[in-house]
Design a protein around this ligand. Structure first.
Ligand code: C5P
Length: 312
């Protein structure tokens, strides 16, 4: 247990974005969510959240797409901080400073990453030392992807995505992400399009595929490429046809695979090594199909405390 005297004045936590290597969607549940079987991978594009004790609760956002993130009570990081305070019987208010690198509303779980980071940061700042399983439960109450972003690495998500189980995965994968299409896609809208498209069909309870598990055990990107899969891809493309053009161009430029990340609109492109990723990023930008391209490797660790404080 940390003594009060040792508590830090502020804590900065870094949390990663995610890509869904596989996203199988089952029937809608009574609570309105869909049963999911997904395989998440945490990738090296990060948001940093600094929690500082303050007179009142609040947050500010800097960096990429900052003007598109709410700073009121709907902010996921602030909601997570408040949920942890409630869970631990009330705490001093904090101000959260969020430094964004993860595209907003891109299907890469940027808001969920901020929530995961806020939980870890506030837990350390307040010295509440909440056990991991309780932190995961609070995380699940904030959003389906939040528990995975605490966890990181490569993992299966079941339930509505919030029940996380690590998988045996070898290798380091080189990704290129194209996020900058006209605007983000609302996750509920993509699920609603899925519901319309699958109305009248019987959906099975989704399960992780043996083919993906075996590709991950091999650690070979060219084995992983053909088994990447996303049940929401057709719906995301239906809502934003430019996504399909990015996928086609990426394949034309020699990508191993290109899929919609989560509910989109970000396209996740698997490259053949680090150089292959650079070549793809250059080609996609030069041909004009992508205004903005990010490169990252995965898997990386989940939300973790940074040893030094980011310059605010
Ligand atoms: O849990 P989260 O806030 O990430 O979910 C955002 C929205 O995505 C939900 O309100 C729901 O419309 C949709 N969703 C779903 N089934 C899931 C996860 C998300 O329908 N398993």
């Amino acid at each position: 247990m940390t003594s009060v005297l040792e508590l830090p004045a502020c804590v900065t936590v870094r949390a990663p974005a995610k890509v869904n290597l596989e996203l199988f969607v089952g029937p809608a549940r009574e609570d309105g969510y869909h049963a999911l079987s997904t395989v998440y991978q945490a990738i090296g594009i990060h948001d940093d959240v600094t929690a500082t004790l303050a007179d009142e609760w609040g947050c500010s956002v800097r960096g990429r797409d900052a003007d598109r993130v709410p700073t009121d009570e709907s902010n996921l990081a602030l909601r997570a901080a408040r949920a942890l305070a409630d869970h631990t019987g009330g705490q001093e208010p904090v101000h959260l400073t969020i430094h964004k690198e993860i595209p907003v509303a891109g299907g890469m779980a940027g808001g969920s990453a901020d929530a995961a980071a806020a939980l870890v940061a506030c837990d350390a700042l307040w010295g509440t030392d909440v056990p991991k399983d309780e932190l995961e439960e609070i995380a699940a109450g904030i959003g389906s992807d939040v528990p995975f972003l605490l966890h990181g690495g490569t993992a299966v998500g079941s339930g509505r995505g919030e029940v996380v189980t690590a998988v045996l995965a070898k290798g380091r994968y080189h990704w290129v992400f194209v996020p900058s299409l006209a605007s983000g896609l609302s996750t509920p809208r993509v699920y609603a399009a899925f519901d319309e498209r699958t109305a009248g069909t019987t959906l099975e309870e989704p399960q992780p595929s043996a083919a993906l598990m075996s590709a991950l055990r091999s650690g070979d990107a060219s084995a992983l490429a053909p088994v990447l899969d996303n049940d929401l891809q057709a719906d995301a493309i239906g809502l934003q046809p430019a996504i399909g053009e990015v996928i086609e161009s990426a394949m034309g430029f020699g990508a191993l695979a290109a899929i919609v990340s989560g509910s989109g609109p970000t396209v996740a492109i698997l490259a053949d090594g680090a150089e292959g990723a650079i070549d793809l990023a250059v080609a996609l930008t030069a041909c004009g199909v992508a205004g903005d391209v990010l490169r990252a490797t995965g898997p990386v660790q989940g939300a973790h405390i940074l040893p030094t404080v980011r310059q605010l």
